[in-house]
Design a protein. Structure first.
Length: 204
């Protein structure tokens, strides 16, 4: 199978396994570079503004890294850098990655029988032209009651510490307790396909 992007390169600026999986499902070949930024130093009141600011900060950090290695300039191809960020909003409060197992446990307990809003951003930067296209997307997730032993098992796996709001929708322990998703599952997982495709085309 020929990758959809034979005429341009993609760099995914994320270490998220879910984002890698989604971009691969979309038919793209890509390399991965991650940004080392202090996410907690970037604060915004609104979740939509926060996820956009974080995606921009990640892109800026990766571009600085690339300039040092001058990895881009000598290339005839267009290179697109995709960065993204996701937060969970529960009862009006923005939740990022849990800082401890205790916090992860509390987060998941709160979701039991309740619902959350997931807000995610995608930013596509054309490293040759400097064009930058970004937007945010949102989805609502409604949960059935989640038994305490399932919460304990999820927290023990520690993978919940690496995801926004301790929420990993695609996890086999979480999935049976998801009642409804209003919006797209790929938005909840961190990379909405339709939006990403649109921004890639605009950035080209």
């Amino acid at each position: 199978m020929v990758a959809k992007n034979s005429s341009f390169k993609i760099i995914l600026g994320s270490s998220s396994m879910a984002r890698r999986q989604i971009l691969a499902e979309m038919g793209y070949k890509f390399e991965i570079l991650t940004a080392d930024i202090d996410e907690k130093s970037i604060r915004r009141e609104k979740p939509e503004e926060l996820v956009m600011a974080l995606a921009e900060a990640k892109a800026d950090a990766i571009i600085s890294k690339l300039k040092i290695t001058s990895h881009v300039e000598d290339d005839a191809y267009s290179t697109l850098l995709i960065t993204a960020d996701t937060v969970v909003v529960y009862e009006g409060v923005i939740r990022e990655k849990p800082s401890s197992k205790e916090e992860a446990r509390q987060f998941i307990k709160d979701y039991s029988g309740g619902h959350v809003t997931v807000v995610g951003s995608v930013l596509v930067t054309n490293l040759v032209t400097g064009t930058r296209k970004g937007e945010w997307d949102r989805a609502e997730v409604y949960f059935h009651d989640i038994p305490n032993e399932v919460i304990d098992n999820l927290v023990e796996e520690e993978v919940m510490l690496n995801v926004a709001g301790g929420l990993m929708l695609e996890h086999p322990l979480t999935l049976p307790f998801v009642d409804t998703v209003v919006g797209t599952v790929d938005c909840v997982m961190g990379l909405p396909k339709t939006l990403t495709e649109k921004l890639i085309q605009e950035a080209l």
